[in-house]
Design a protein around this ligand. Structure first.
Ligand code: PLP
Length: 405
């Protein structure tokens, strides 16, 4: 009957990732989990194939009172949550300027809020060509378009020149451009912008002929490496000029392994109190008129963890153990691939590794014949090393290399 209005969106028949992971689960039921590599899921699993859940976080959840679950949360989140998000996001760094935090359902909500509040209908949002597919969906859902710059040049280096070119094209059409940069532990490649890349980004946005909203999606920051090192770029952003507005998208999904609790925040570092206040008003209004308030119990847990040094130390220590497990998987995957004569797209750390290839669908179909399940992207294959053991990383890298050589 076509009751649904597409409104410029392309609504797929089925979600590709969920369909793929459904087939992987069927294969596991048929052949046993040791004989299947399910590298499809964007969540962290231990080497036995069980979802990683931080027991210290669960302990904190169990300590909540019934009202912590039942009561509405303030739209922007309770004060302790906002303080907790600042600590979780910035670590030991204290940005100068006016920081404002507004709760969102996961990091996804922070992207939606940025698109809704900082672009106009019909605008184009700029991001790197390797990117989380949901950026495009969020833009189309709200009548905006996604434009991309080439993430890597021929030498596998961050392509600052193309970023500058594409931003220049947009600046000729729009008085304000939202740029989304996902780093560190970028999805899907695992790339982290180097400090030199950051110098280039800062130069480019400072020289832009339009206002720029620099949105940094740091959803995976706590799995990218040592806490201070992965935040070393933050002080550099103090050099942003007045026409650049800095926003971070924070996600507790990965940091607390609490994907289902839908907890995140949009955070600005504004130059003036007025800009921070405008940000607060807009993000609270858009929250109220979309998802309303967020999950109070998750916000309370986050607030508790970051207000209690002992509890925080427990959570951090537990996560660091898993982070190091993930870093080791990435190292092993990349080494095996390279030893077999194939390179991955520049990788530093993260939940995913990507291998560029022609006809990714055909390569993934061949892998599936060997019970290896990976996601075919437009220009390559995404392997979720977060969801497979070190041994399976080796098996998967060898199988991909054998097909691509
Ligand atoms: N950003 C990127 C790049 C992601 O891959 C994800 C989740 O997969 C998110 C943000 C947001 O995650 P969530 O909404 O679960 O916090």
């Amino acid at each position: 009957m076509n009751f649904v209005k597409e409104n410029g969106r392309t609504i797929p028949v089925a979600d590709k990732v969920f369909a793929l992971s459904g087939r992987a689960k069927e294969a596991i039921a048929k052949y046993g989990k040791d004989n299947v590599v399910n590298a499809t899921t964007g969540a962290l699993f231990d080497d036995d194939g069980n979802l990683v859940v931080l027991s210290s976080v669960i302990e904190a959840i169990r300590s909540l009172s019934p009202a912590d679950y039942a009561e509405y949360a303030p739209i922007a989140g309770p004060p302790a949550f906002k303080e907790g998000v600042k600590k979780a996001l910035f670590g030991n760094f204290t940005p100068s300027g006016f920081v404002n935090v507004s709760a969102t359902p996961g990091g996804t909500g922070s992207i939606t809020s940025t698109v809704l509040n900082f672009t106009e209908r019909g605008d184009e949002v700029l991001t790197h060509d390797w990117c989380w597919a949901n950026y495009k969906n969020i833009c189309s859902q709200h009548g905006r378009k996604l434009k991309t710059f080439r993430f890597f040049d021929e030498d596998g280096k961050f392509d600052a020149a193309d970023m500058e070119k594409q931003l220049g094209e947009l600046a000729a059409k729009q008085d304000q451009v939202v740029i989304i940069i996902n780093t560190p532990a970028h999805n899907p490649t695992g790339y982290a912008l180097s400090l030199e890349d950051w110098d280039n980004v800062i130069r480019i946005v400072n020289n832009a002929k339009c206002r720029v909203i620099l949105f940094l999606d740091v959803a995976y920051i706590d799995y990218a490496g040592e806490e201070d090192e992965v935040r070393a770029f933050m002080p550099k952003l103090e050099a942003l000029e007045d026409h650049v507005f800095l926003i971070y998208g924070y996600s507790a999904s990965k940091t607390l392994t609490a994907y289902g609790m839908r907890c995140g925040a949009i955070v600005c570092v504004a130059r003036t109190e007025e800009d921070a206040e405008e940000f607060r008003r807009a993000t609270e209004f858009s929250a109220r008129s979309t998802w309303s308030n967020c999950n109070r119990s998750a916000e309370t847990v986050l607030g508790k963890i970051y207000a209690d040094p002992e509890l925080r130390a427990k959570v951090d220590a537990e996560r660091v153990g898993y982070r190091d497990m993930l870093l080791e998987r990435g190292r092993v995957f990349e080494e095996t691939l390279t030893a077999n004569g194939v390179k991955c797209v520049p990788f530093t750390a993260g939940f995913f590794v990507t291998v560029a290839c022609d006809d990714p669908d055909a390569v993934c179909a061949k892998l599936e014949e060997q019970n290896i399940f990976c996601l075919a992207l437009a220009k390559g294959i995404r392997i979720s090393i977060a969801s497979i053991s070190k041994e399976k990383c080796v098996k998967c890298a060898e199988a991909i290399a054998a097909l691509l050589k």
